[in-house]
Structures are given as structure tokens and as C-alpha cells.
Design a protein around this ligand. Structure first.
Ligand code: ADP
Length: 177
């Protein structure tokens, strides 16, 4: 399985694409999104504005792709996760869809390596212990159908988040030998 976990700052990652935990209007905002826009510079925000002007807001579960400005990655994929409303509002379905949409855009551009943050588990409030297995399963299943995308890394920002993904990855390995 070509899924790996690492602790770190996704803005420093040299992948073909890094994924942003974006909001529907692709506005800079805070969290990993603020960090990506700060490091990428105004070019990323300008491309985001142009994308929304052309296509409208990105619905939760969807994604858009832009250049990466000054970031070391080649492209940024802006994926919109769900806001957590307690778990009864299709959050898991929407979260899985955000990961699948991001991988589909990378695949369509022939990209090989993609780095993800933990979408929705910051400002959007999704409990990480619940989000991690959804994220890993969605990526694992999507990779079964890709020709180009081979190498997915989750770049996790703090140790509790890394530990939650570690547990979920071990669980996924046990359920799918
Ligand atoms: P959301 O609004 O989707 O919840 P956030 O950016 O608030 O997105 O949080 C998503 C995750 O990204 C959280 O685990 C947060 O700690 C993490 N994060 C914040 N900055 C970075 C960064 N520079 N690199 C990787 N992950 C980050």
C-alpha cells in the first residue's frame, strides 16, 4: 500500500501536489489553508479567485486545482471537507468524497505523488479518531483505480493527529490483508 504518514508542515513538501483543506470560496482563511496561502503567495489566491469566478464555489466533498505559486509542490488541490455537525449529517460520506475528488484531479493531470493534511479535523471540528479511518479508507480505495497517482503521504501537524492516523492505518491493514 503506497500510503505513508509523516509529522510535519505540508507547505514544505515537494510532492507533485499538496492538498489544501479549503473552504467553498477558496478564500485564504486560517489553519492549513492560511499556511498554504502565506507560503504560496498571492498567485495561489488569484488562481483560486479565478476558479470560483469561472465555476462557482466548490461544494463540500468537491475539489479544485491551481498552481502552487512559491510553494515547493507543483500544484495545489483545494479539497472541501464537511463541517462537523455531530456525525448525522453525512459528514463521513462528504469527507471520503473530498479525498476521492482530490485524487481524481491529480489522476486527471497525470500526477504521481500527492500529500494530504487531515481534512476537516481543525477549524471544521471533525473528531480526528473518526476522520482518520474514513480518510485512509477513501484514499486506499481510490488508489486501487489510479494509473498515475501512486504515492500518497498524510502530512500531519501534531502528534495526537499522527497517532490517530497510525492507529487507523494499522486497523485498515488488519481488515485488508
Ligand atoms: P479544516 O477547516 O478542514 O478543519 P484546518 O486547517 O483547520 O482545516 O485543520 C486541518 C488539519 O490541518 C488540522 O489537523 C491542523 O492541525 C492541520 N494543519 C494546520 N497547519 C498545517 C500545516 N502547515 N501542515 C499540515 N497540517 C496543518
Amino acid at each position: 500500500m503506497s500510503i505513508s504518514l509523516t509529522l510535519g508542515d505540508i507547505t514544505r513538501v515537494h510532492a507533485d501536489a499538496i492538498v489544501n483543506a479549503a473552504n467553498p470560496h477558496l478564500a485564504p482563511g486560517g489553519g492549513v489553508c492560511g499556511a498554504i496561502h502565506a507560503a504560496g503567495g498571492p498567485q495561489v489566491a488569484a488562481e483560486c479567485r479565478a476558479w470560483v469566478e469561472a465555476h462557482g464555489p466548490v461544494p463540500p466533498g468537491g475539489a479544485a486545482i491551481t498552481g502552487a505559486g512559491r510553494l515547493p509542490a507543483r500544484r495545489v488541490i483545494h479539497a472541501v471537507g464537511p463541517v462537523w455537525h455531530g456525525g448525522g449529517d453525512h459528514e463521513a460520506e462528504i469527507l471520503a468524497s473530498a479525498y476521492r475528488s482530490a485524487i481524481a484531479l491529480a489522476e486527471a493531470e497525470g500526477l504521481t505523488s500527492v500529500a494530504f493534511p487531515s481534512i476537516s479535523t481543525g477549524i471544521y471540528g471533525y473528531p480526528v479518531a473518526a476522520a482518520a479511518p474514513v480518510a485512509l479508507r477513501a484514499v486506499h480505495e481510490a488508489l486501487a483505480g489510479t494509473e498515475h497517482v501512486r504515492d500518497v503521504t498524510f502530512v500531519l501537524f501534531d502528534e495526537p493527529t499522527r497517532a490517530a492516523y497510525e492507529r487507523a492505518l494499522a486497523e485498515l491493514g488488519r481488515s485488508r490483508p
